[in-house]
Design a protein around this ligand. Structure first.
Ligand SMILES: Cc1cc2nc3c(=O)[nH]c(=O)nc-3n(C[C@H](O)[C@H](O)[C@H](O)COP(=O)(O)OP(=O)(O)OC[C@H]3O[C@@H](n4cnc5c(N)ncnc54)[C@H](O)[C@@H]3O)c2cc1C
Length: 435
């Protein structure tokens, strides 16, 4: 059965990229429809309301100053705070400030080669480093695993070097800011009154049939299988791992198949992270240092080596973070098993017994993105460049199928909210030139 209404553009996915794209296209008067599998918008931005402060299960920070995201927050009268850059590192049995952290860390970053003859993994790059103190080497691994969610055996030196170089050139590239209101609220409100007309929730896209003439998108809903939508263009913003995998629920069949895309996607990997938000009865960590306790770090051999408080805000929340291969390993554990593992690291860092920590615990929150069929991981990173792909991933297929989302952002913004938004806006601008 043919779809009756013909849209200018169908957007698959109502995360940061899809909603930004929809806003630009509908703002230009185009007929747009967003098809989203979940019963909510925001995708990997997922905030629960809470009486102390919102619980962020997905994105939490704004990394640097990026007008596309800052403007969205400001237009909704939102505000943010800056997370102070203070790091304590577990050395022996004590948490100590890392002296010259930026300088020593910068020395390692500066050795990354953005233009190698043959790319190599970050693990291989690390083997060539001489005279780097162990704690900085460990911090570097923790950064790549934690911040990028990456496996150092898979992530490419070149892409990491490019990301760092681009970052240098950006305004306020290094600061980490945290919105004070629910992160997701800005995305829930970004389409204003139009949201109900534009976004179709609980529509799992199963098939995209395309030709020079048009695109037919078929979805399954709770009530009905095979609901069809027709458009002149389709923008696919589902996470990288959904495009790469054959997960039965979220898999999208393209007809004809997108062989050039499948090949180009092999250069990317999905990163994994596990985060646990612990709410304690008291702030016992405040006595650990004369300085405000913001970030606490342990070596990469620990599970949950990175912790942070909500400074400058005083509350009883502590966040535990694990990225990379250990996060993937823990994806099959129960949330209680993960929480116990995290508390054992916290016990070492704070020299409080695990019993003390458990008695002091009010509650905890966590979300397993690696097991969610509509994300299948946290965010993407770029692998070792083996050979140049024949297809540039940011170019449309036959002017009909466009890809957007964090994976396809420029290197310094890959894996971020602002990066996803930028791709949504870029694709909208390119489609407007065609319509
Ligand atoms: C734990 C965690 C912490 C993070 N922290 C930060 C941070 O502090 N700062 C930062 O900038 N970024 C952070 N990120 C990354 C950031 O959240 C993402 O880069 C960004 O939100 C991705 O947006 P997107 O639009 O590309 O993808 P998504 O938000 O994933 O949107 C894609 C949408 O497609 C939908 N979909 C999937 N399959 C189908 C299908 N078959 N049919 C229909 N719809 C489908 C999904 O449900 C989803 O809503 C974090 C991510 C995680 C998981």
């Amino acid at each position: 059965m043919a779809a009756s209404k013909i849209y200018d553009v169908i957007i698959v996915g109502a995360g940061a990229a899809g909603l930004t794209c929809a806003r630009h296209l509908s703002g230009a008067g185009k007929k747009v429809c967003v098809l989203e599998a979940r019963d909510r918008v925001g995708g990997r931005i997922y905030s629960l309301p809470h009486d102390i402060e919102p619980i962020e299960l997905g994105a939490e920070f704004l990394h640097g100053v990026h007008p596309i995201l800052d403007d969205l927050i400001q237009e909704q009268n939102g505000s943010f705070v800056t997370a102070p850059e203070k790091h304590l590192f577990l050395k022996g049995r004590r948490l100590v400030p890392l002296k010259n952290f930026d300088k020593e860390f910068g020395k390692i970053i500066n050795k990354l080669n953005a233009n190698p003859k043959n790319d190599r993994s970050v693990a291989d790059f690390l083997k060539t480093l001489k005279n780097v103190p162990d704690e900085y080497r460990q911090s570097f691994v923790a950064y790549v695993e934690g911040f990028q969610g990456a496996d150092i055996e898979l992530i490419g030196e070149k892409s990491l070097a490019l990301a760092e170089q681009e970052d240098e050139g950006e305004i306020g590239g290094d600061g980490a800011f945290r919105p004070l209101q629910r992160y997701a609220s800005y995305f829930e409100n970004m389409l204003g009154q139009k949201i109900n007309a534009l976004v179709h929730l609980q529509h799992i896209v199963k098939k995209i049939e395309w030709s020079q003439k048009h695109v037919i998108v078929t979805t399954n809903t709770k009530e009905k299988q095979g609901v069809r939508f027709q458009a002149r263009h389709v923008v696919v913003t589902v996470p990288l791992a959904v495009l790469q995998n054959n997960q039965p629920l979220s898999r999208i069949e393209f007809a004809p198949a997108l062989t050039e895309i499948t090949e180009a996607l092999q250069g990317y990997h999905m990163g994994h992270v596990q985060r646990i938000i612990f709410e304690f009865k008291e702030r016992f960590w405040e006595k650990l240092s004369k300085e405000p306790v913001v970030f606490m770090r342990a070596g990469p051999d620990h599970y949950f080596p990175t912790w942070w408080t909500k400074k400058p805000i005083h509350n009883n929340i502590l966040i535990a973070w694990q990225g990379g291969p250990k996060a993937w390993e823990m994806a099959t554990w129960t949330s209680q098993e993960r929480a116990f593992k995290a508390l054992s690291t916290l016990s070492k860092m704070t020299r409080k017994s695990q019993n003390y920590l458990i008695e002091n615990l009010e509650t905890y929150y966590t979300y397993n993105w690696s097991r969610d069929p509509f994300s299948l991981g946290a965010y993407s990173y770029t692998g070792v460049e083996r050979k140049k792909s024949r297809h540039r991933i940011t170019e449309p297929i036959q002017e009909k199928i466009w890809l957007a989302g964090e994976a396809f952002a420029k290197k310094s913004s890959q894996g971020t909210v602002h990066g996803a938004m930028e791709t949504g806006r870029q694709v909208a601008a390119s489609i407007l030139k065609k319509l």
